[in-house]
Write a protein that binds this ligand. Sequence first.
Ligand code: ZN
Length: 202
Amino acid sequence: MFCLIVDRLDFTKNIEMLIEFFDSQLIEPQAPTLDKQGIEETLKIIEDKFDLSKVVSNPVPVFIFPLNYSQRNVNMHNWPYINSITCTAINPALAEENELPDDQYILTHELGHLLVAKLSDYNTVPESFYPIFEKGFHNKRENVEAEYWPELFADTFSMAAAYNTELANTNPFMQKLFPSLSLFEQYFYNIIDEAKSDKISL
Ligand SMILES: [Zn+2]
């Protein structure tokens, strides 16, 4: 069953974290922020493929805030209990091996977090993801610590969304996992379709 019931405590917690975030995490922009047009282009590509808004923007729309700041510790942030993403400028200080991540890729990753919040729980992933992970990443479920699952899910979503689209060259993991991309794409077609029909039957 699907509905977005925001627990008062979760809502309060997100708002408190947001205030803390504005107070302590934002610094001068270290690069241009992805602008409204860039955000819309990214969303359109994902929407054309997955019709994602029927799940993540139902019943409450996703709010995306482009902020002309960077963040100290991460590149962007999602706030699942208020269905929002703060879209900030990439911080080169966080880049590994001088490889600046692409902001369209980061935005897609954050949407993956909002998706998992709708499909299961923000901190866990649907049971159906584990066999896909084992097959696609050639790894075993027991090798992964619990806290990493939402990250793996969000990144797998970002690869599935970008595969065979203009976003493909923005995603740093796709080359490495190329043989698994069609498996990932099919998985997200299936799971998003299932979630859409659950919503329709409400
Ligand atoms: Zn993440």
